[in-house]
Design a protein around this ligand. Structure first.
Ligand SMILES: CC(C)(COP(=O)(O)OP(=O)(O)OC[C@H]1O[C@@H](n2cnc3c(N)ncnc32)[C@H](O)[C@@H]1OP(=O)(O)O)[C@@H](O)C(=O)NCCC(=O)NCCS
Length: 178
């Protein structure tokens, strides 16, 4: 497989992205959604993120989007405005080839450029070694586990919280916010 191009996602990518996420919803425990959102809903979510100024990236190989990553608001209350939550999904066939790492590293650059200070990964399922591994590789620290907060496929599932300070982190107060 040739090297993927990591670039901002466009609306033309959303059919691929919807398909990747559909597989994750139907077969995986990384997401706690139970019914895959359709293209219209994925388009609505994409536009909401872009309108909010958040980064949304695609990994493309030979005209096919094989993975995507985005950051969005961590929580809606305004004091959280310098904190984002990130997500990454790849087609299952291309796991463990370094593409998740490339997507996450580029996403962190995009988040830093936009002035965010903390990135939080809320990882579905403490057995999700791939997601825990790729976040750890990027320097995320383990914050802790919420045990048994999800129920999917007849199994209680944990969420694992990991966090990375970016840019100046908590070292300074962003201008105009004192
Ligand atoms: C999580 C995911 C994005 C990781 O992407 P990936 O391309 O498979 O991971 P990479 O090949 O870039 O791995 C980078 C590093 O992460 C760690 N890692 C990745 N997969 C791992 C695994 N299964 N076990 C342990 N460590 C792992 C390793 O340190 C790896 O570096 P190495 O291969 O040199 O040892 C991908 O597996 C995926 O899409 N999973 C399903 C959806 C999901 O869980 N998304 C995350 C939602 S929060």
């Amino acid at each position: 497989m040739s090297t993927p191009e990591i670039r901002p996602a466009t609306e033309a990518d959303l059919p691929f992205i919807t398909g990747i996420y559909e597989h994750a919803v139907r077969h995986g425990t990384a997401t706690f959604e139970l019914i895959p959102p359709d293209l219209a809903e994925m388009t609505r979510r994409y536009r909401a993120l872009l309108d909010g100024g958040f980064p949304y990236l695609a990994a493309e190989v030979e005209g096919e989007v094989i993975g995507y990553a985005y950051a969005g608001p961590y929580r809606p209350r305004p004091a959280y405005r310098f904190t984002v939550e990130n997500s990454i999904y790849l087609k299952p066939a291309i796991h463990r080839r370094g593409i998740g790492l490339q997507l996450l590293q580029r996403l962190l650059v995009e988040c830093t450029t936009r002035g965010y200070r903390q990135v939080i990964a809320v990882i579905g399922d403490s057995a999700n070694a791939g997601s825990i591994g790729v976040h750890a590789r990027c320097g995320f620290q383990m914050i802790g586990t919420h045990p048994n907060v999800g129920l999917k496929f007849g199994r209680w599932l944990d969420t694992v919280m990991m966090q990375l300070a970016i840019g100046e982190g908590a070292g300074t107060i962003p201008e105009g916010n004192s």
